[in-house]
Design a protein around this ligand. Sequence first.
Ligand SMILES: NC(=O)c1ccc[n+]([C@@H]2O[C@H](COP(=O)([O-])OP(=O)(O)OC[C@H]3O[C@@H](n4cnc5c(N)ncnc54)[C@H](OP(=O)(O)O)[C@@H]3O)[C@@H](O)[C@H]2O)c1
Length: 241
Amino acid sequence: VKAISQEGDDLLWKENPDPDLKEDEVLIRIKASAINRADLLQRSGNYPVPPGASPILGLECAGVVEEVGEEINNFVKGDEVCALLAGGGYAEKVSVPSGQVLKVPRGFSFEQAAALPEVFATAYFNLYMEAKLSEGEKTLIHAGASGVGTAAIQICKAMGNPCFVTAGTKEKISRCMELGAEGGTVRNEENFADSVAKWTDNNGVQVILDPVGANYLEDNMKSLTLEGRLVMIGLMGGAKA
Ligand SMILES: NC(=O)c1ccc[n+]([C@@H]2O[C@H](COP(=O)([O-])OP(=O)(O)OC[C@H]3O[C@@H](n4cnc5c(N)ncnc54)[C@H](OP(=O)(O)O)[C@@H]3O)[C@@H](O)[C@H]2O)c1
């Protein structure tokens, strides 16, 4: 297959070995892939490929099932799918365990579907499985206009969890509110702990989703209610508080 290979600073569209297909895997002919911050980190050498994963970049894709492994009974050749990948998305074909594959939602293009798995799985996993957010609990979503942030806002809206965001500009806050956030504050202009206190009548939020780290830690602590949960998914602001 043709795939994007990284050679030094260059990304080259080159011939690579065909992916193997294991019994529990689905082989996808890729129509679209996506770019996340994690891809940028990987390209810069700061996010090593997990052991055994494809050295080809690309953490998600959408496309058409070309072949299925012997154990697969929930997908057939021709299904339109999207998938969360450990790597290999910037290629013509990829094989992936079927548990990481979803049918393309009705009405979605391949390009739209390819942008779903990473950010929606990250947001759902961290809010609802790690932090055990339950109905009605309030959340603070940092970097609300990021890929993960915009997914988190939409999931919170659908699940009945009011959310408040931080982002870099007023325009981004407005867009987050169109997606379902109840309010937001511009980082570097306002202190988010004060804004959260106002939004929650000084009660704080139950869950914070934070990709920033270091410089947010102190105000995160001020923004949590008793038995609140802080989930850190990145260190964009540094690792040392
Ligand atoms: N994509 C994934 O599936 C995934 C999975 C696990 C973890 N993560 C982590 O989640 C974070 C976001 O990923 P993404 O792909 O959603 O990113 P993204 O779409 O590239 O958005 C990143 C946004 O974060 C904000 N930001 C950047 N540096 C910041 C800083 N120092 N302090 C505060 N905000 C900052 C900026 O928005 P504003 O200027 O508007 O604040 C920036 O546009 C990353 O740390 C990533 O490693 C992502």
